[in-house]
Design a protein. Sequence first.
Length: 355
Amino acid sequence: MSLPTRPTPTSTDPGAAAEARSGPERDHGGPDILCEDLVRIYSTDGVEVQALQGLNLRVDPGDVVALVGASGSGKSTLLNILSGLDKPTGGRALVSGVDLLSMTRQQRISYQRHVVGFVWQQTSRNLLPYLTAAENIALPLVISNRKHRQDRVDELLEVLDIADCRDRRPTQMSGGQQQRTAIAVALSNDPSVLLADEPTGELDDAMSAEVLEAMRDASTRLGVTVLIVTHDPTIADHVQRTVQIRDGRTSTEVLRHTEVDEHGREHLVAREFTVIDRAGRMQLPSGYVNQLDLRDRVRLELESDHVGVWPDEHSLARRGETDGDGDGRPANDIPPPGDAHPGDTHPPEEGSQHG
Ligand SMILES: Nc1ncnc2c1ncn2[C@@H]1O[C@H](COP(=O)(O)OP(=O)(O)OP(=O)(O)O)[C@@H](O)[C@H]1O
């Protein structure tokens, strides 16, 4: 699997591409998605729910990233903010250089038309049932009064591999074809960011793979940045980066890349990282916390290339869990700093598999 870089979009219609940039500035020179200490508090009948609790996320142009997390962790809240449907309570959110906290109503319309595209889980929400695939794709172009519409429709039918569905209505297509058409609709106005909420939630494994590959392909060929919220367990086969969201914050990330061994065989290597915020805060994986019975406070030791995290020996002793040899270490023989140590903040290797 090779990491896609943002290419020059292969639009057959340079006039149309320039026209799309009549919205907010696209070549902003920074990440396509930047969230810093993002907070969203819902207040209902005097009860407050902190759906996002200082979330940090950076997605660079052309990246394809999956966002995973338990129900209620804040994924939809984040997507609603990034798509311009909802406003954060605090923090900072920039998409393609557009500040989502200070947008006017007019800028919001332009933002939703030109900067972000959206794909929902339910195909019925993405496509108009009485229009063909080509007509559905052309509709956003008509609304934004774009010229050279036919060229753009042809290009998207080809990129999403749905040319044979051109004159078919949604009921005459498979679920996978409908979602690929939905991606084409979302990309029609040449947005820089594509957001997808469970795009494979109603599909079987084969169709899910088709749709996820179509998004990756569209990203590579059109230079679009993609953020996919998903519970799809096969997502790891299709994206290089998976970000885990927990309690309204990004907690861990898995990055994947291909390595070639001495026999010339390709291996997909996945590494898990813990997210650290700008203030230096991070969350230890619960497996580590449980294994070392870390509670209340821990001791940190700075080594030349990593930081060791140690249980507080006093509180362990109080709990009668040291081995009594005076070194304050528990009976389960935690190695000293410098040795391989599950509490070290060295990122653990998730494992590797044949590519
Ligand atoms: N409009 C709202 N009013 C009040 N609370 C809300 C609202 N929307 C979401 N929440 C709460 O905010 C938290 C995050 O919800 P969110 O829908 O973002 O989670 P999620 O990760 O998308 O979950 P799921 O995977 O089930 O869709 C939850 O506690 C939820 O109950």
